[in-house]
Design a protein around this ligand. Structure first.
Ligand SMILES: [Zn+2]
Length: 332
């Protein structure tokens, strides 16, 4: 069918032209645990450079995820081990990817045909209650901190603390202030709802939810309620729609790329297109939707957006321009 072919070609061209910016993956831990390399295509995991190229990914947040066994008192050492692993991968693959710490470096890397990699830490336990550690992590290149994982830490309660669901501690408030001063992204994915509202109130800069979906479509505590979505959007922030099936639907069925785009549609309808981004969670989940099994499949999102009547400029914003705008504003 000629019509379908033309449509596919258009989607491919549009995807290639756009800057694709993914707000979250857990690939560093996957590399550390499976002794694989970012540079070679392997059937293990969801993300490596060859498949990123096929998927047209230009900018990628690489999160340092601290496993439970290291919490709380070995969190910092584990964070440093994972950052070391990340740095070694950047060195090994320096012709194809580089660590970037500001907006200009993203453009420089992309212009040189390289993927721009941004370092983030998933879980404020990495700070071990010390603002000095935050400042040193910034110097190591970290530009985003997910304040909590599911548990409680020194900053706040995560969504797993459903009995208490407390907001930010005194230390947590200081972290917000320091992150604003340093110009780091504050990430509210995994944070308790009370904590979310504290951050909205206290942060002077736009904030992000690097990998969260819409509660109205899938009532999981990891997802954001309508009022949260609106507040985050009003502040100029971005929500990275995540591909994790449990956060897409509560129906017991195989999810597809269409389910991901349903959450995108919902965000656009509730809070406008400027707050929408992607936050895959590749290598942070065992199961992924049909048509989004690994990073090389990301162009399927562009095709589905085009199917649903999105215009080119709108698609560009969703794929990466919104995250880029927020990065420029917050990080500089
Ligand atoms: Zn996560």
């Amino acid at each position: 069918m000629a019509g379908t072919n033309t449509h596919l070609i258009k989607a491919k061209q549009m995807h290639q032209k756009a800057i694709v910016f993914d707000g979250h993956c857990d690939t560093i831990l996957e590399i550390m645990n499976h002794k694989k390399s970012l540079g070679s295509r392997t059937p293990i995991g969801h993300l490596d450079i060859p498949r990123m190229k096929e998927g047209g990914v230009n900018v990628q947040f690489f999160a340092v995820f601290i496993e439970d066994i290291y919490k709380p008192d070995r969190s910092l050492k584990r964070t440093l081990q994972l950052i070391d692993c990340f740095y070694r991968e950047m060195e090994k693959n320096q012709d194809e990817i580089s660590l970037v710490t500001n907006y200009n470096q993203i453009n420089e890397a992309n212009s040189a045909g390289k993927i721009a990699a941004i370092l983030s830490v998933e879980g404020g336990e990495a700070l071990e209650g010390d603002l000095g550690v935050l400042r040193i992590l910034y110097k190591l290149g970290v530009r985003l901190l997910t304040l909590t994982w599911n548990q409680r830490n020194q900053i706040a309660d995560g969504i797993g603390e459903s009995r208490t669901g407390s907001g930010l501690t005194e230390f947590g408030l200081k972290v917000i202030e320091e992150m604003n001063d340093l110009r780091m992204f504050i990430d509210v994915s995994h944070l308790s709802e009370t904590g979310f509202w504290d951050v909205i109130k206290r942060s002077k800069a736009p904030i992000v939810a690097s990998h969260s979906n819409c509660y109205a479509l899938c009532p999981h505590p990891r997802n954001l309620k309508d009022e949260q979505i609106k507040a985050l959007a009003d502040k100029g922030g971005v929500i990275g729609i995540t591909f994790v099936p449990n956060f897409l639907t509560q129906e017991k069925r195989k999810t597809t790329v269409k389910d991901v785009v349903k959450h995108i549609d919902y965000l656009v309808e509730k809070a406008g297109i400027d707050c929408v981004g992607l936050g895959s969670d590749f290598d942070g989940t065992d199961v992924l939707p049909l048509g989004l099994e690994s990073v090389d499949k990301i162009p399927n999102i562009t095709e589905e957006l085009l199917n649903r009547g999105y215009k080119e400029r709108e698609i560009e914003k969703i794929l990466g321009d919104n995250f880029l705008r927020a990065f420029k504003k917050v990080v500089g």
